[in-house]
Every structure is written in C-alpha cells, then in structure tokens.
Write a protein that binds this ligand. Sequence first.
Ligand code: AHG
Ligand code: MN
Ligand code: MN
Ligand code: MN
Length: 332
Amino acid sequence: DQSGLAYSVGTTLDRFIKSKQRDFPFASGELSQLLRDIALASKIVNRETNRAGLANIGGAFGQTNVQGEEQQKLDVIANIRFIRALSKGGEVCAIVSEEEDAVIDLQNKSGKYVIAIDPLDGSSNIDVNISIGTIFSIYRRKTPIGSPIQEEDIMQPGTEQVASGYVLYGSSTMLVYTTGFGVNGFTYEQSLGEFFLSHPNIQAPETGSIYSINEGTQNDWAPEIKMYLDACKEKKYAARYIGSLVADFHRNLLKGGIYIYPATKKNPNGKLRLMYEANALAFIAEQAGAVASDGNMRILEIQPKDLHQRTPLFIGSKEMVKEALSYARKTA
Ligand code: AHG
Ligand code: MN
Ligand code: MN
Ligand code: MN
C-alpha cells in the first residue's frame, strides 16, 4: 500500500488466546476464558472512559477508599464492571481490589483463580483526558477447589502469578498481558469491537534515556535517589512523567527507560501497591527482559502481608535499574 495507511487486522485477541490454549493440551481453558472476561470488561470501561466527559461520570464520587484516597466516579464504575465480569465468568473464587477494603469471596465452588486488580489506574488524570489504565494479576488458588478461601490463596508472592496484564486507555486502547511465555500487546479496534495483536513478543530495550519520577517530592527522598537523578540529568536523559503508572510503564517498556516511585517522608513504603500495581507490571517487565525491584529485592519475591501494602518501585530497562540501585548500595 503506497499511502502507508493500510494496517493489518489479522489476529484477534480471542484467536490468539485460543491458539495458545492448543499449546497446553491438558489445561482446561478456564484461564483463557478468564482473560476473555477481563478483555470484555475492559471494552466496557473503555466505552465509559471515552464518554466520561459527556455522561456526567467525571469528578469525585464523594467517598474515600481504604487507603484514604478520594474515589473518582470512574474508579467506582470500573470496579463494578470488573467485579461483575469476574463474578459472572465463573473461573474466579476471590477478588482483591484497590477499591474494596477486604477480599471479595465470590463463594464460587468451581472457581480456581484469585484476581488482584487496580480497576482504574491514574484516576487523577480522568477529568483531564489523559491516559489511564487497568492492572490485573491472576493467581491459582492453593487450597482445593470448593473449600473455603484461605489466607494462603490470597497472600501469594508475585512469583506465583499465572498471568498478569494491563489495559491502557490512551491515544489508542491496548491490552498487554503475559502468561509467563513472553509479552504480547493488542490494540483495540473501536468500530469492530475487537482487540488485535499489534505488538507480538514485546522485548524491552536493555537501556534507554527516559526517566520517570514525580520530582515534586524530591525533598522527601533518600539522598541516593537524588544522586541517581543528577546522573540522569548529567547524561541529558528525557524526563517523562504522566502520573498514570500504566502509561508511564508502557512507554518505558517500549522505548527504554526507568520508572521510580521511591519511599518518601509522606509514604515511607512508597505509594504504589504491591498486590495490584507492582506485581503485575513486574511480571510483565521480567517477561519482556526488563526488571523490577523495591530497592533491595525483586518485587516478585516479596511476601505480601497486607492486601493494600505499598512498596517502593524501581522498574524498567535492566541497565538503568541496575545503575539506579547501585547508588543505593554506594551510600549504604
Ligand atoms: P490510582 O489512580 O490507581 O490510585 O494510582 C495512582 C498512582 C499511579 O497511577 C501513579 O503512577 C501514581 O499514583 C502517581 O502518584 P503521584 O501523583 O504521587 O506522582
Ligand atoms: Mn486510587
Ligand atoms: Mn493505580
Ligand atoms: Mn486505581
């Protein structure tokens, strides 16, 4: 095509998931169905996101969530949409959500999977038409199907994820996920209502020249974070910070870069949540050849103790995270 405008709408997400299912002849197909349920809910949230400015679903909801954040209407809508899709789907027995104080026990006797979800990430960006997202982690329950849900089914380290992913509601809407065999990205074709494979086998660049951190909190950082940032500036790296973790992570994953949310005086464990923000992205990062650390250890190896526990996050290109962490060690 001479115009360069032709684009391929080849493999749908459904077809891709089905083709992968054939690689696991003994798997029951429930994980595949679960991924399709998530994709369906994300299409609904995408629709709500697109019309938010017209439909009076912008702005604050009027309540705070368990972490004391003011909920936006779209936070609540996305939470409801995903919980509904996951409950109806039948594959899930329990849900951990940013917007729910406690675990939701679906009392589903046949559900094998536990989900942790940030239904809407970057909610401060909703009302200003800037990219937002959804983040999800999928675990297999540890105790037998049909028995009551136990603590050990929920409090699993990120290494136990069987799949994770995110949806980015951006200049286009994308779904990116991994089941532990590489990372694939799908772009939503609005008029057809389908996700199509657009970014097969995503590989993160080993290094890059973008750094992403909220520099407004600089006076509250440990000195080594500032030292690393000074080194970034010395090298004339580009500062890019959207304030939606999904969007900042996605950009750096494709282009090469580092995202840091450090401990601050206000948030001594950082701000981001281990179970439904850091773990999912850490799994994707590692599957794409990037890395994720809390400053001391691999994010994926942290044993969660609290549903809403926070963690500092250093995530992105291997070489850049390595360098950032070397500053911490130099001063330790
Ligand atoms: P959420 O909207 O799900 O509560 O997440 C907000 C998070 C994350 O998306 C973003 O990277 C970070 O908060 C931004 O925090 P600062 O405004 O402190 O930079
Ligand atoms: Mn929030
Ligand atoms: Mn979030
Ligand atoms: Mn959120």
